[in-house]
Design a protein around this ligand. Structure first.
Ligand SMILES: Cc1cc2nc3c(=O)[nH]c(=O)nc-3n(C[C@H](O)[C@H](O)[C@H](O)COP(=O)(O)OP(=O)(O)OC[C@H]3O[C@@H](n4cnc5c(N)ncnc54)[C@H](O)[C@@H]3O)c2cc1C
Length: 380
C-alpha cells in the first residue's frame, strides 16, 4: 500500500481518535476516513468510566453503544461522611470499543499495527514507508510534551476480582477514602460487576509519575480483606498515570505536539485538570469534528486549536482548585477538599465534574465550609 488517499486521516486509535472516527463515520458516511493505530487493537487496555451528567444528549448517544456496565447512582465515602449521588455512572471496556469501531467502519478504514512516523496537516508517513495523502489529518497519539506543563499525577492500578462468595456492593463507589486517611491522598474506586465479581482500583495523587504496582496491589488485597472478601482470581488489570494540570502555557503545549497539525485528546490538552479524565472531552471533540464540513488540514487545525484553547482558558478555576488541593494543603489533607466538595448540592457537584460551574457555584464553593478558600479561588 503506498500513495493512499482519504478525506480524513486520524492518527491514534485510542479513546479520542476512535470516537472521532465513529462519530465522523456516522455523520458523514460518504467520506473516506482512515484510522491509524500502532497497536494491534484499538483502545489499548482500559476501563473508561464517566458520570451521566458529564455529557450532553448527543455525546451520550455516541457513547451508549460502547457501554459495558451501568449503575443507577454512585457513592462517595470519606472518614467523616458518605453519600449516594443520584447520577448514573457508566463504564466501557476497550475490547468493546475495538469491536464497535470494527462493526461501524469498513475494514479498509482501520489500519492497526501500523505506526505513523511522519505527520503533517495533510499527510502521514507510516513506518513501512506507506504515504497517505489526506484532505486533513488529526493527530490523536496521546500526550504531547507534558514536561511543558506544571503537573501533579493521579496514579492508579485496578483489577477485576472474582470473589469466593457474593459481595453486597450495589452502587458504583467513585471514592472510598474511609481507610488510612493518614497515608496520603489516596482512595479506592469499586465497581460491582456481578454478584461475586467487582472491579477495585487503588488511586493516589502524587507529585511524581512513577507507579509502584506491588504497593497498589497490596492495598487492593487489604481493601478486599477489610470487607471480609476472599479473592479467587483477578483479571483485566489496568494501570494509569494521568497528568493533573496545575498550570502551563497552552500554546507551547499545543505546538509541542506538532505545529500546524490538528490535535485531539490528551495531545490537545483536553482533560479534566482535577481528575485527569478525558472521556467527556473526547466525545465532545468527536461530535465537533463529525459535524464540520471542511476537513482540510488548515480548517481542522483552526477548529480544534480554538476549541482546545478556549477549554484551557475556561479551566483556570479547576487548575487553581487542583493546585490548592495538591500543593496548598498538607499531603494527608488534600482528600478533605473532595470531602467538602461532596457535601455540596448534588447538581453543583455534577456541574463541577462536567466543568460547567458558573460564578454563583464558584462563590458557593468558597463560602462557609466550602472546599475552595476565597484566596485560592482568586489566585492570591
Ligand atoms: C488505564 C487508564 C484508565 C483510564 N480511565 C479513565 C476513565 O475512567 N475516565 C476518563 O475520562 N479517563 C480515563 N483515563 C484517562 C484518559 O481518558 C485516557 O488516558 C484516554 O485513553 C486518553 O485518550 P487519547 O485518545 O488522548 O489517548 P490514548 O487513548 O492513549 O490513544 C492514543 C493512541 O495513539 C496510539 N499511537 C501512539 N503513537 C502512535 C503512532 N506513532 N502511530 C499510530 N498510533 C500511535 C496509541 O497506541 C494509542 O492507542 C484513563 C487512562 C488510563 C491510562
Amino acid at each position: 500500500m503506498s500513495g493512499v488517499m482519504c478525506d480524513l486521516a486520524i492518527i491514534g486509535g485510542g479513546l479520542s481518535g476512535g470516537l472521532i472516527a465513529l462519530a465522523a463515520r456516522r455523520m458523514q458516511p460518504e467520506r473516506r476516513i482512515l484510522l491509524i493505530e500502532a497497536a494491534p487493537a484499538l483502545g489499548g487496555a482500559h476501563l473508561w468510566s464517566f458520570v451521566d451528567s458529564d455529557v450532553g444528549e448527543a455525546e451520550k448517544a455516541l457513547l451508549q453503544p460502547l457501554v459495558n456496565y451501568g449503575w443507577r447512582e454512585y457513592s462517595v465515602v470519606f472518614p467523616q461522611y458518605k453519600r449516594a449521588l443520584p447520577f448514573p455512572f457508566y463504564s466501557l471496556r476497550s475490547d468493546r470499543f475495538d469491536e464497535a469501531l470494527r462493526e461501524a467502519m469498513p475494514a479498509e478504514s482501520i489500519l492497526t499495527g501500523r505506526r505513523a512516523t511522519g505527520v503533517s496537516a495533510d499527510g502521514v508517513v507510516l513506518e513501512d514507508g506507506t504515504m497517505i495523502a489526506a484532505h486533513g489529518v488529526i493527530d490523536a497519539r496521546g500526550p504531547a510534551d507534558l514536561s511543558l506543563l506544571d503537573l501533579h499525577y493521579r496514579k492508579f492500578v485496578g483489577y477485576e476480582l472474582t470473589l469466593d462468595g457474593p459481595h453486597s456492593v450495589r452502587r458504583a463507589t467513585l471514592i472510598d477514602a474511609a481507610a488510612d486517611p493518614a497515608e496520603g491522598f489516596q482512595y479506592m474506586m469499586m465497581l460491582p460487576i456481578e454478584t461475586d465479581r467487582l472491579f477495585i482500583e487503588d488511586v493516589r495523587y502524587e507529585a511524581w509519575p512513577d507507579i509502584d504496582m506491588t504497593d497498589h496491589g497490596n492495598r487492593i488485597v487489604n481493601h478486599a480483606a477489610r470487607f471480609g472478601w476472599r479473592i479467587r482470581s483477578s483479571a483485566r488489570g489496568q494501570a494509569g498515570i494521568l497528568p493533573i494540570a496545575l498550570g502551563g502555557a497552552f500554546d507551547d503545549y499545543w505546538n509541542s505536539g506538532g505545529v500546524g497539525v490538528a490535535k485531539a485528546g490528551l495531545r490537545a490538552g483536553l482533560f479534566h485538570p482535577v481528575t485527569g479524565n478525558s472521556l467527556a472531552d473526547a466525545a465532545r471533540t468527536a461530535l465537533l469534528v463529525a459535524g464540520a464540513q471542511d476537513w482540510s488540514g488548515a480548517a481542522l487545525h483552526k477548529l480544534l486549536h480554538d476549541h482546545a484553547a478556549r477549554a484551557w482558558a475556561q479551566r483556570d478555576y479547576y487548575r487553581r482548585f487542583a493546585r490548592h488541593m495538591l500543593r496548598g494543603l498538607p499531603v494527608a489533607e488534600g482528600y478533605m477538599m473532595l470531602e467538602s466538595l461532596y457535601r455540596m448540592d448534588a447538581d453543583l457537584i455534577a456541574r463541577f465534574h462536567g466543568m460547567r460551574l458558573g460564578l454563583a457555584d464558584r462563590m458557593a464553593l468558597s463560602l462557609g465550609e466550602g472546599p475552595m478558600p476565597l484566596k485560592a479561588m482568586l489566585g492570591r
